[in-house]
Design a protein around this ligand. Structure first.
Ligand code: G6P
Ligand code: MG
Length: 218
């Protein structure tokens, strides 16, 4: 049976993917190259430093570690500024209703995010009370597609991976779920998330009955 749902944060529960993109694009601009929305797909779910490496690769720029650290901090400064003004209105459609329905049905809820800013976002959007476990970028050593973040979530909830369903908007996140031995629902487009067991365009399409139909019967 499915006993727990593990949620990615950025792009699944909240509309922060756009802020990450804005900040990275701004950094690329300062470095003198353009960074498209298509390039940005590769950054979704990926840790801050790994994201910077991909961005620099796109721009054909090589830099030393010290400079890279400074640039990552610069990007994060802008990002933190964007999210400091967030509120409940930036929770994505269907997310809150689905979290409430899961809770009402006794299904455990965990956060599995690569972000070190996850707590700020959960606090600003008042979502903290929904979670039985919160695993974020401050608690993990390896970033998605490594399964660590989801395995830690299952461990903290005391459930086995086969009892978990992961909700992800990033290819790297779906890969992490697969490596963790968990089922997954891609939130977004089939083009990038085709490896997930199911793809929905938003959590508005999700419900406990759909979850049961899809995952509990086989
Ligand atoms: C999420 C986002 C990524 C981001 C990563 C680290 O997974 O999808 O775009 O780079 O978190 O976020 P942070 O807030 O720690 O820079
Ligand atoms: Mg995401």
């Amino acid at each position: 049976p499915i006993r727990a749902c593990l949620f990615d944060l950025d792009g699944v529960l909240v509309d922060t993917a756009k802020y990450h993109y804005l900040a990275w694009k701004r950094l690329a601009g300062e470095l003198g190259f353009t960074f498209t929305e298509q390039d940005n797909e590769r950054l979704k779910g990926v840790s801050r430093m790994a994201s910077l490496d991909i961005l620099l690769e796109v721009g054909g720029v090589t830099l030393d570690d010290e400079t890279k650290l400074a640039l990552a901090e610069k990007k994060n400064g802008w990002y933190v500024d964007y999210i400091s003004r967030m509120d409940e209105s930036e929770i994505l459609p269907g997310a809150l209703a689905f979290l409430k329905e899961l809770k009402a049905n006794g299904i455990l809820i965990a956060l599995g995010s690569a972000s070190k800013n996850a707590m700020t976002i959960l606090n600003n959007t008042q979502m903290v009370p929904y979670f039985d476990a919160i695993i974020d970028g401050t608690k993990t050593a390896s970033a998605k597609p490594d399964p660590e973040v989801f395995l830690l979530g299952a461990q903290e909830l005391n459930v086995s991976p086969s009892e978990c369903v992961v909700f992800e908007d990033a290819e790297a996140g779906v890969e992490a779920a697969i490596r963790a031995g968990m089922r997954s629902v891609g939130v977004g487009s089939k083009d990038t998330l085709g490896r997930a067991d199911e793809v929905v365009s938003s959590l508005q399409e999700m419900s406990v009955s759909r979850l049961i139909t899809k995952f509990m019967t086989h």
